[in-house]
Design a protein around this ligand. Sequence first.
Ligand SMILES: [Fe+2]
Ligand SMILES: [Fe+2]
Length: 243
Amino acid sequence: MPAVWSHNTRFCFLCGKFPCENLPKMIFWNPDIVNRLSELRQKYKSQIVEKMRREIITRSARFEEQTKDTKDEYNIYREHVQYVHKYVVMLSKDKNVDGEVLELAALLHDISMTDLSLDRSRHNEFGAEIAERLLTENYYPEEKTQLVKKCILNHSKRRQEYRSTEEEQILVDADGLSHFDAIKSMYSLPSKVMGLSEEDSVRFVQHKLTGDYEELSDDLKPLVKEKYDRLMAAKCAKDITGE
Ligand SMILES: [Fe+2]
Ligand SMILES: [Fe+2]
């Protein structure tokens, strides 16, 4: 955990308990210490989120460049991550959750997909490791890094039973909702990247969306119910993509 040494006193403005009651006693020579450190904390918070946003933007652009004119060409930030981020901000409003952890988890949850050498089916595990490395390098508090890591690791359906925090469910909800906004790009995975037939591609998308729909919190299901029913009745590519 990053700490500041001043007047032989060790203190930190990043931990979840800030500003704890010990602070004014420890830094008694500065009566404005809580406000001063609160300002610094605010500054650091916006910087870490922006730094991680830049990280995923850079890696997405590199991946897009590497896959240019191939069936894998994709910019995961532009086509997916930015929407997941938008939804976590929306869904965490007025909830007793760590919004900063959620923003970081949203920005980094699919980061391993920007590395061609990593197995996509284990992208949650690799993503959790990459996020831990990046956050630790940026002196992000260990406790909160572990929460971000847990959100990323458990956003995959097969890790459903390991979820235990509201932050984890919000990330899953945001991920699921964003998929309903990106049906066309979702269809291009089986049809373009995997080279499946039209019939199998339709089934692939329906299977994926069923998983997303089932994992959504009950109060959010009505938001996408109509679209979900229409897509489940789809028979061809046009019914799915609308083109
Ligand atoms: Fe993912
Ligand atoms: Fe995702």
